[in-house]
Design a protein around this ligand. Sequence first.
Ligand SMILES: Nc1ncnc2c1ncn2[C@@H]1O[C@H](COP(=O)(O)OP(=O)(O)OP(=O)(O)O)[C@@H](O)[C@H]1O
Ligand SMILES: [Mg+2]
Length: 341
Amino acid sequence: MTADNTPASNETTVLEVDGLCVEFSMRGKQVPVLSDVSFNIDHGRTVAIVGESGCGKSMTALAVMRLIPSPPGRISSGKILFKGENLIEVSERRIREVRGRDISMIFQEPMTSLNPVYTIGDQIAETIKRHQAGSAASVRQQVLDLLRLVQIPAPERRISEYPHQLSGGMRQRVMIAIALACEPALLIADEPTTALDVTVQAQIFDLLKDIQAKRGTSLILITHDFGVVAELADRVVVMYAGRKIEEGTVEQVINDPRHPYTRGLLRCMPEIKLDPVLAAEPLAEIPGTVPDLLRQSKGCSFAPRCPSVTAKCIEMPPMVQLGEQRSARCWLAHEPAATAE
Ligand SMILES: Nc1ncnc2c1ncn2[C@@H]1O[C@H](COP(=O)(O)OP(=O)(O)OP(=O)(O)O)[C@@H](O)[C@H]1O
Ligand SMILES: [Mg+2]
């Protein structure tokens, strides 16, 4: 959502993730999977979480929903404040109320999340009935309204169809309808279009923008695609090896990235119009692979792949504050791209 679409007076923080740490027990060891992850999201805004596979994007989303498989995982410290209430401390009963009603999530693969033996109408109705009382007729009406909201054609017919009768794009629309059934304040979309072709992806993103404008829903959008970030998000959190390594507005991060990893990700995206200094660099994948979390060193986890690595990087760089909600975890964070690389 752009600044023009949301009134400035409505800038209330919906979710505040503060110092979130998640550990998994692996081969008898406690392995940190998320370390000190912090970010906020305001009413009606979109925060994108980006990074390569395995960097902790889904884990962050699951932690917010308190859905980390436990054991072997556990939230070891931090706060997740939803409208001021720390979701880490609430009862199992309370978190079940919050899930689906206040915060809901759209997963990557709609076919695995829909039950093949129930009609899509029944599956949407079930979510509504779990959180509110109402007559069968009023629930049916709400289901039809939701099918219209997610732009499924002929909703009166589709309501009694089964998941296998719908295309992949239509199934993802049904998943969005389920996620929106109780008008959540916060929607988490974890790579919602990876399984869909490019045209359908664009339609789903248009739909999400449209719903957000109508309902003022806050959105956490998980993606590895900076093109999607540029199109949809207000702010970006870049993650690497379970840590936030850069944060800022979309403009700040795309036009003036301060972490070499962010610069590497951006260079892999030919459609993003980069600053000429960055664009002059060859288009390339970031060399190397994401580190094995079991074998993390004390220093910067990106150092083995970093083109700007120095002797200092054997120590973990601090999170350098570059402005309000603008930061990068790099010893060279104060230096713009032209001098840093
Ligand atoms: N059940 C599990 N047990 C142990 N480690 C796990 C488990 N699930 C995930 N992990 C580890 O947690 C880390 C973060 O995983 P996560 O699923 O959050 O990555 P991601 O950024 O969402 O990646 P992708 O883009 O592939 O979805 C990874 O290193 C992964 O190996
Ligand atoms: Mg994931």
